[in-house]
Design a protein around this ligand. Structure first.
Ligand code: FES
Length: 152
């Protein structure tokens, strides 16, 4: 049996029996049933798996779970839920920014991270922030609208 790893996710403490080198994304989805972060490329390239670690965006598919011991992880679920979405989530809902929706976890978490360190970013900054998050449907216009609404 692997040793227990203690994690703090969305303000709650968990002990999971996983290898310390296991990707954080797998632990969140498989052990904690937090399915907001998505598995896209598994290589740190698409952004679908983005979470916040101590408020900073991180790609959970390439982060070993041992890397977040003693730190606070926030997933999409930590921002709000269907009944009570957080402000960034609400902006994406209002702009109907999803087509297939697979990339939206990453888009929302990137904007959330940006707003936590820079409350009023301009358009260029928003675009810069999202430039490494891939959307295969091409719904970038709505995503940028939603990001601007989240800032407003
Ligand atoms: Fe993590 Fe693509 S799944 S960056």
């Amino acid at each position: 049996r692997p040793p227990g790893v203690r994690l703090s996710v969305n303000g709650r403490s968990h002990t999971v029996e996983v290898e310390p080198a296991a990707p954080l994304l797998f632990v969140l989805r498989n052990d904690l049933a937090l399915n907001g972060p998505k598995y896209g490329c598994g290589l740190g390239e698409c952004g679908a798996c983005t979470v916040l670690v101590d408020g900073v965006a991180a790609r959970a598919c390439v982060m070993p779970v041992r890397g977040v011991i003693g730190r606070e992880v926030t997933t999409l679920e930590g921002l709000g839920d269907v009944a009570c979405p957080g402000p960034t989530q609400q902006a994406f809902i209002e702009c109907q920014a999803a087509q297939c929706g697979y990339c939206l976890n990453g888009m929302i978490m990137m904007i959330e991270a940006l707003l936590r360190r820079q409350p009023a970013p301009d358009e260029a900054r928003i675009r810069q922030e999202l430039r490494h998050n891939l959307c295969r449907c091409g719904t970038h216009v709505e995503i940028l609208q939603a990001a601007r609404r989240a800032v407003a």
